[in-house]
Design a protein around this ligand. Structure first.
Ligand code: DUC
Ligand code: ZN
Ligand code: ZN
Length: 474
């Protein structure tokens, strides 16, 4: 009789702590044994000494998020989680976004309808709080946190989402009282609007001017303000999509003062620069319009250093998928529009893991354990999914990636998202998943995607475990 449904043999297992050689025994989608010379499984996969990491946890991605017409996200839960699986990500955490005037409950119910029965890998939800009414603060948020929505994102920019400082304090207070993780998009909205109007008055509306409207100081100022507001409330925060030196300096300052400030960065700040938004007025630069914008090579180096020395806890894609051609994406209504009207965001859910593995691990910039920590273990801890997700351990879900170390030049035709471009085309990759297992099922075999809508299940999140449990309020 076989003990195991599946045995992954001769794996070079990498966790956030160690790298070691072992076989991995799987029953009912869970890891039940890790050891040498395990008994036979009903199915066997020979990893042949290749590196095996936990499946990635992409803790910041946008899928099928409602947008103002005519704009529409290209990826829904079907295509977005298909792309995730093919790129080695087995858990995604997109956002149930509250519209102003909408109840948070309604936003969550709507988002469940979009996800239900569609996903190929597991998913949890963050909440976006854009309208923190007394009902939201006192009733909806506490109840939703108890039900497994333990993180929310708030914005300091974007007219339809931004909160003022008083509202931010109110939301932070709920985070503190109920032990939730508050993610903050830190850019100063008034500075951006002031700069945008001046650029428009001067006729500077091409995509590349998006970066001129959002210089690093608008991120620095908002980052410092977010840190100060969190200090006032005495609550941990996670600053998302940090782009360069000035925000990194604020985070280092906060840490040096003993503040519990976590930070996330994304591939666009390592692999793109502002030049990708265009060096002339060509509209093609719209493909790389995202916020904060990519900076320059010096700032890329700052982000690499900060990834290694612990400033960053999480590496996410911020996948925000809009088509370039077609009227529902980067050309709203079919027109080449002024930069303020270009939907912000780039696709990256499928390329996140391979970019960091290639340039980080194989490029000699970080250890394999640090790669695992940033792409899987820490995001699982930050959002209360560890140790079920984000590690290779007995009892964890059998979400695994076997890595194939081979060199190729990335093209959009290699990818499985529903976007008509990748901003990372032309990058030389040195690795790609040879196999992705999602709860013990082959989801990607190195050549083909193995679809099963509904394989992905909703995960209720627990409390973040990056820090010791906070003391209860007296
Ligand atoms: N910026 C965001 O804040 N969210 C989605 C994409 C982007 O560029
Ligand atoms: Zn954001
Ligand atoms: Zn985002």
């Amino acid at each position: 009789m076989n003990n195991f449904d599946l045995v992954v043999r001769r794996a070079r297992v990498a966790t956030a702590a160690d790298t070691f050689d072992a076989d991995i025994g799987i029953v009912d989608g869970r890891i039940v044994q890790i050891g040498l010379q395990l008994a036979a499984g009903r199915q066997e996969i020979d990893a042949a000494g290749r590196v095996v990491t936990p499946g990635g946890v992409d803790a910041h991605c946008h899928l099928d998020q409602p947008m103002p017409a005519p704009i529409r996200m290209a990826d829904d839960f079907d295509t977005g989680t298909r792309a995730a699986a093919c790129g080695g990500t087995t858990t995604v955490i997109p956002f149930a976004a509250q519209q102003k005037g909408q109840s948070l409950r309604a936003a969550v119910a709507d988002y469940h309808r979009r996800a239900e029965g569609q996903a190929h890998v597991d998913y949890a939800f963050h909440l976006i709080v854009s309208d923190p009414t007394p009902t939201v603060l006192e009733e909806e948020l506490p109840a939703l946190i108890r039900e497994g929505y333990t993180s929310f994102k708030i914005y300091m920019t974007y007219d339809d989402l931004k909160l003022n400082d008083g509202q931010i304090l109110d939301v932070l207070e709920v985070g503190r009282r109920h032990g939730a993780m508050v993610m903050i998009h830190a850019e100063n909205a008034d500075c951006i609007e002031w700069l945008t109007k001046r650029l428009e008055a001067a006729g500077r509306t091409a995509p590349r001017f998006h970066a001129h409207a959002r210089p690093m100081l608008v991120e620095r100022e908002a980052t410092h303000r977010a840190i100060s507001l969190a200090e006032l409330v005495d609550v941990p925060i996670l600053l998302v999509h940090v782009s360069g030196r000035e925000a990194v300096e604020q985070i280092r300052w906060a840490r040096a003062h003993g503040l519990k400030v976590f930070a996330e960065t994304c591939p666009q700040y390592l692999f793109l620069t502002a030049a990708d938004l265009g060096i002339d007025d060509s509209y093609l630069g719209a493909r790389c319009v995202c916020s904060p914008p990519p900076r320059d090579k010096q700032n890329q180096a700052v982000i690499w250093d900060a990834l290694n020395d612990g400033v960053f806890t999480v590496f996410s894609s911020d996948h925000a998928p809009f088509r370039y051609e077609g009227a529902d994406g980067k050309k709203p209504g079919g027109a080449e529009v002024a930069f303020r009207h270009i939907p912000n965001g780039i696709p990256g859910i499928e390329t996140r893991m391979a970019l960091l593995y290639s340039e980080g691990v194989l490029g000699g910039r970080m250890t394999l354990s640090r790669f695992v920590e940033l792409t899987a273990t820490n995001p699982a801890k930050a959002f209360g999914l560890h140790p079920r997700k984000g590690t290779i351990a007995v009892g964890a879900d059998a979400d695994l990636v076997i890595w194939d170390e081979r060199e190729f030049v990335l093209e959009n035709r290699h990818l499985h998202h529903a976007v008509d471009y990748t901003p990372f085309a032309g990058q030389t990759l040195r690795a790609w998943p040879a196999l992705t297992l999602a709860r013990g099922e082959v989801a990607w075999d190195g050549q083909d995607f193995h679809p099963r809508r509904g394989r992905g299940r909703f995960l209720a999140c627990g409390a973040p475990t990056l820090l010791p449990r906070a003391k209860a309020d007296a």
